[in-house]
Design a protein around this ligand. Sequence first.
Ligand code: SF4
Length: 360
Amino acid sequence: MSRIRSPEPQDIAPRLLPWFSCNRRDLPWRHTRDPYRIWVAEVMLQQTQVERVIPFYQRFVKGFPTVADLAAAPLDEVLRHWAGLGYYARARSLHAACRALIGRNGGTVPGDYSEFVALPGVGAYTAGAVLSIAFGQRHPALDANARRVFARVFHRRGESLAARRRIERAGKAAVPVKRPGEYNQALMELGSLVCAPREPKCDVCCLADLCRACHLGVADSVPRPRRTRTRRSRAAMAIVRRRRRILIAQRPPEGVWGGLWEFPNVELADNGDPSAALRCVLRQEFGLDVEIGPELGRLTYGIMNRRIDLTVYGASVLGGRTRPRWHEAARWICPDHLNGYALPAPHARVAKLVSRTRSG
Ligand code: SF4
């Protein structure tokens, strides 16, 4: 039985860079060295797939072409450009970071690691990616794809702190002095296109001769898959009408969907009555007495590790004065103006339902 020698971190770049030269995808953020645009792309790419990011990235950098443009824009406007991409804390942090840069150094993205990593929302990964790609500095950028490649090449199955530290040490040592930005992109690209979470394509992988997990025939089970349990729940939503307008409310700036606008809604207890729960929420949270009308539609959406079955109802106001308690603001708007507001993706789907209901 043949034995393979233990891989060394510095063995990776000489195999990876030629592979990347032939296999790199043509992506819009790869046509620039502008650190701001690379930063925007890296933030958008966190927890989101490349194909999904492309149209959002193009729209965002068109709307806010520089740090100064983003810093000058109201947060509402920024969230509107981000709406549908999810994980809105990323947009809030990026906006806050650009505002901080205007105050500090006239809107220039810092080329200094400790200065950059001190900005809101910037962690080791973002700083490493931006500084290596835009400035050619030698920093690792270990996203989930890159970590998976390292876990497999060095056969680190566990998720313990010690295992993660070993991967980080190897990741740091592996960054070459020349072309560190391309190397980081190559590693992520390999993790995305070849060394996928399931069914890695070891037979075409440029690291196959090094890879311990491949040689041991266990690539599929490294790193050990995390157990996540999806919780199912029910929710109800009201499209509350008064004269020809409908009610929307803005969520507080922090937390899930922070700063976005939504239709009044409530999560239901097991066997909870949607009409009673919606009446209660509209009275307590908005100061309104309403009559809940017919069901307008249903949809299911996911958020974090939850699947939510949502039923949408029409509602009309019987009395009261609109006074939001938990929300930042509430507005009665013409349904035609809904696209001027940043709505979370499921609420945007409901907005389409509202316009279909009106035109139907
Ligand atoms: S050989 Fe297989 S498991 Fe190893 S890095 Fe390549 S694709 Fe991943």
